[in-house]
Design a protein around this ligand. Structure first.
Ligand code: SAH
Length: 349
């Protein structure tokens, strides 16, 4: 629950506002999530926590650690026995949490394991936040051991965040509130498959100065510069075709002044030719974007990665045309924790 809401709820129950600060300190600084261990709270508040004040944590059903790069994948069980997956990625100077916004996904992108497993439901704000809380306090860790702080959040796990706008927005508020997670807004990325009304709404709210949204990064999974290729890969393109998406993004960049990240997975024989690279440059001409190139993670036939030479060639065409284009370093492939490999594993419970 957000800080203001928590204060309000406590106030309505006749408790002073400083109790909210105490609860926030336990949860977000000391990583003590069990009300019975919050020693400075009166018994009645301890009893309310978790029932009405809402810090219900998902259960760790499975925890895998990559032997290649330490990436950790968590299979988390929710109260209605649905499951989601969340990932921790270790960088030199910080830890990124890749979190889910829905159980499954309705968009059915052909190359993505989540899309193939279908849509179940939206996550609540508490469930979105619960993923980070659980990952910060490592499973089985000793209370005296300091929890590890997440410094970066990417909404790139399961689901389409802009189709669960309200709950994702509330979660971003908690993630950035200095009394709660206190994560810098620059270190929060929302990734969309191209839900045009969601992008419009986000741009509008940022322009209007919604305090906890200004400064977050929008990432867009483009993956193709034309409708012919994109229609095949991403059914959502029938609803919001490339030209409409790009029009909306140009407007978003103009309204917010922010740089947008373009995600582009490279699939052998599908979207990696020189002509396609040129077409992409023409499409994005003049736009303030960073391009992330991701060689596809094979989750289903017939999607294969192009050779390293082809990837380098594609990248160099973008760079020569003046674009910032980097190849995303893959992490967690041995535990199926890489992009597009997350899914609902109802069978495991
Ligand atoms: N629904 C959102 C966020 C989840 S996907 C979105 O589509 O952006 C996060 C990223 O992983 C997206 O860029 C998605 O296209 C990419 N992805 C999905 N499947 C992949 C795969 N098999 N290989 C590489 N990237 C993949």
């Amino acid at each position: 629950m957000g800080n203001e809401e928590l204060r309000e709820t406590l106030k309505n129950m006749g408790y002073p506002a400083f109790r909210a600060d105490q609860i926030n300190q336990w949860v977000f600084q000391k990583h003590i999530y069990e009300p019975e261990n919050m020693t400075n709270l009166p018994q009645e508040i301890k009893e309310l926590l978790g029932t009405q004040i809402g810090f219900v944590l998902p259960e760790v059903v499975q925890h895998l650690v990559s032997s290649i790069d330490r990436t950790e994948k968590f299979l988390l069980g929710l109260n209605d026995s649905e499951t989601i997956e969340s990932v921790l990625l270790y960088h030199k100077d910080r830890i990124t949490a890749c979190i889910s916004s829905q159980v499954g996904c309705a968009l059915k992108c052909d190359f993505c394991a989540t899309g193939r497993s279908g849509f179940k439901r939206n996550l609540t704000c508490d469930e979105i936040i619960g993923q980070v809380l659980v990952m910060e306090r490592r499973p089985g860790s000793n209370r005296d051991e300091p929890a590890q702080k997440v410094g970066n959040i990417v909404f790139m796990g399961m689901g389409e965040p802009l189709l669960n706008y309200e709950e994702v927005k509330r979660a971003i508020h908690i993630l950035t509130d200095p009394k709660q997670f206190g994560i810098s807004k620059r270190r929060i990325s929302v990734s969309t498959a191209g839900v045009v009304p969601g992008i419009e709404r986000l741009g509008k709210e940022i322009k209007e100065g919604t305090p906890f949204l200004t400064g977050i990064t929008l990432s867009v999974s483009l993956h193709a510069p034309n409708n012919r290729i994109r229609d095949r890969l991403m059914p959502i393109n029938h609803k919001y075709p490339v030209e409409e998406l790009i029009f909306t993004l140009r407007e978003y960049i103009e309204n917010t002044g922010d740089r947008v990240t373009i995600e582009y997975i490279l699939i052998d024989g599908v979207n990696e030719s020189d002509e396609t690279a040129q077409e992409l440059c023409a499409l994005l001409k003049g736009m303030k974007v960073n391009i992330n190139l991701i060689p596809v993670n094979p989750v289903a036939d017939p999607y294969r990665r192009p050779s390293e030479e082809k990837v380098a060639r594609f990248q160099s065409i973008l760079t020569k045309n003046g674009f910032e284009a980097v190849q995303r370093v893959e992490k967690g492939a041995d535990i199926e924790g890489a992009c597009g490999q997350l899914r609902n594993r109802g069978d495991k419970r």
